[in-house]
Design a binder for this molecule. Sequence first.
Ligand SMILES: [Zn+2]
Length: 118
Amino acid sequence: MIEERRCLNCGSLLKGRSDKRFCHDQCRSRHNYDQKSQDNLNLIREINNSLKKNWDILKTLNINGETKISKRTMAIQGFNFDYFTSAYSIEGKEKYFYCYEMGYQVINDSEILLVEKG
Ligand SMILES: [Zn+2]
């Protein structure tokens, strides 16, 4: 029985070597390009999800517009400190990180002040 093999890109029937996966170099390039684009899209989607999750957590925990909270509590909620949409500091001391309009100020190693862009 001969197994029918098709090009991974265009689906046309493949002839010749059994390890062949594409009918043309163009099909190989196209497939690799699409794969890469898809990987990039997945990465963007993951980061967007992390930002959205962070935003949800900030929104939920910041009850008064300015709420002091422990960094640990944030981490337990699943907050990812690697992701934010903007960051700035005042005189190199007060550091602020924002996920959209919701943000926080780092008070020290364990404490955080949740803030909101006014
Ligand atoms: Zn092809």
